[in-house]
Design a protein around this ligand. Structure first.
Ligand SMILES: Cc1cc2nc3c(=O)[nH]c(=O)nc-3n(C[C@H](O)[C@H](O)[C@H](O)COP(=O)(O)OP(=O)(O)OC[C@H]3O[C@@H](n4cnc5c(N)ncnc54)[C@H](O)[C@@H]3O)c2cc1C
Length: 441
């Protein structure tokens, strides 16, 4: 059965998240964007209100909520500030490799700590020299007895400057590519861990982004999330589960832009009437709404697939690249509706446009998502119609009037359909020989 109704619990969560977004995030977002700072107190309040770490499974003391609940929460927070929403959700990204890991003792040690104390955990595959090509990781994890010694640099790490724990992807040998990559849980306080300065950014300035540098950092074997050779697949599985949430960031930000635009268009007057009375503005609003709704549907479908135990990879990619591109379009249209005021920092559109531009980049660019979807279409995708070469389209005879002994042959080159006991010596249209014909009926 197909049902888009939220459960009472989900509706309640949505209502509480919306109130939190409006009361706690919205009043501070523009100030902290200007300051280029992450207000840690908001992350703490989100934690205290039970909006973070919702996906920690019940056996470890967590709520064990699904990705759909994460999407619901994230849409609300992103409507207030996509940057803060990124930092609030980042614990789920950082924890996902641990949750998916086979290392039970590690989960039992760290997940309750993250749950019971206000602990942040970040996720790091990217480096100064690579982002899209995860198999190109250079950060070294050299075996030393049972332990590993980390040396190298991670870059672009969300919440890296605030996190207590880090899910670090590193390789035993860069030449091994994906076969050498493992994942390691590192603590910020360990000797040899260095946190870089916050990277100045165009948008999402309320979200902390830094480089991390490791010099001979000893990772005990107990802290191996995935052994070398298993880390690449773990990173990909993580992205499949977190990419729908990028769709939720996009949906929230685009929805906010739509709300602001409706409000503005009803009040702003030009040529003696409200600008909302112009069909050109109305059509813009209608298309913005269409994009918000489509983004949410794709996002929720990706989340639903993950929560139902299906592989969400393809839908997650579609949701990510559709919604993130749609959000940029929606924000551009919003800015056009606000015109001069939209271009100023005194109105909300300018910041939201800067914020949503990142959604097309992190957790795999739009190009990478297209590669994933195209790979699926040309590989394991199961078409619903028979192959073209088995279909008699341009028929000269009604199939129901055909004698059951009459053979139907189709020229594989031009599609000509021939009736008879055998294929013709040559196609009368394209002149290809008898061997080009396939009997289809
Ligand atoms: C604010 C911010 C926060 C981030 N947070 C994190 C984080 O918490 N953890 C983390 O690990 N990373 C993080 N990242 C890194 C992010 O995931 C990467 O920036 C992203 O994956 C793209 O990598 P890149 O910037 O190195 O671009 P590149 O990989 O160098 O790509 C450059 C361009 O080439 C295109 N391209 C590359 N390969 C192909 C191809 N085969 N076919 C077609 N086009 C291609 C890309 O799409 C892109 O347009 C963050 C980045 C930013 C900006």
């Amino acid at each position: 059965m197909l049902d888009f109704t939220l459960t009472p619990e989900q509706s309640d969560l949505q209502g509480r998240a919306r109130a939190f977004a409006v009361e706690e995030i919205l009043p501070l977002a523009w100030y902290f964007d200007e300051q280029d700072q992450t207000p840690l107190r908001i992350l703490r309040r989100a934690y205290e209100a039970g909006f973070t770490n919702t996906d920690i499974p019940k056996p470890y003391g967590g709520k064990g909520l699904g990705l759909l609940e994460s999407a619901i929460l994230t849409e609300e927070f992103a409507a207030a500030c996509p940057g803060l929403a990124t930092s609030i959700f980042d614990n789920s990204l950082g924890m996902e490799p641990l949750i998916l890991s086979d290392n039970e003792p590690l989960k039992e040690r760290y997940l309750p700590r993250i749950l019971n104390d206000f602990k942040l955990i970040c996720f790091a595959t990217s480096e100064p020299t690579m982002g899209s090509d995860v198999s190109g990781i250079r950060c070294l994890a050299e075996p030393d007895g049972d332990d590993f010694i980390l040396n190298g640099t991670k870059y672009w790490i969300t919440n890296g400057g605030l996190a207590d724990y880090m899910s670090i992807f590193a390789t035993t040998d860069p030449k091994l590519q994906h076969k050498g990559i493992g994942a390691f849980l590192v603590e910020r306080e360990w000797e040899g861990v260095l946190v870089g300065r916050p990277i100045p950014k165009m948008g999402q300035r309320c979200s902390n982004t830094v480089g991390l540098h490791f010099t001979n950092v000893r990772v005990p074997k107990e802290n191996v999330i995935a052994p070398p050779g298993k880390g690449f697949v773990l990173a990909m599985k993580t992205f499949s589960r977190t990419r729908p949430i990028i769709g939720a960031f996009a949906t929230g930000a685009a929805r906010a832009a739509l709300d602001y635009s409706i409000d503005y268009a009803k009040k702003r007057r030009a040529f003696g009437s409200r600008i909302a009375d112009n069909q050109a503005i109305q059509f813009k609003l209608a298309e913005m709404y269409q994009k918000v709704e489509t983004s949410r549907l794709l996002t929720w479908k990706g989340a639903w697939e993950a929560d139902s135990g299906m592989d969400p990879t393809v839908t997650a990619s579609i949701a990510k690249f559709y919604a993130s591109e749609a959000a940029v379009e929606v924000l551009n249209d919003a800015l056009q509706i606000f015109a001069g005021y939209g271009y100023t920092k005194m109105y909300p559109i300018e910041k939201l446009l800067r914020d949503v531009r990142l959604l097309r980049i992190y957790e795999g660019t739009s190009e990478i998502q297209r590669m994933i979807v195209a790979g699926h279409l040309l590989g394991s995708y199961e078409p619903s119609l028979p192959p073209l070469e088995d279909m008699a389209l341009h028929r000269e005879k009604d199939p129901e009037t055909l004698d059951e002994n009459t053979g139907v042959f189709r020229c594989r080159m031009c599609g000509y359909v021939h009736y008879g006991d055998e294929a013709p010596e040559a196609c009368p249209y394209c002149f290809f020989p008898k061997s080009a014909f396939k009997q289809i009926e």
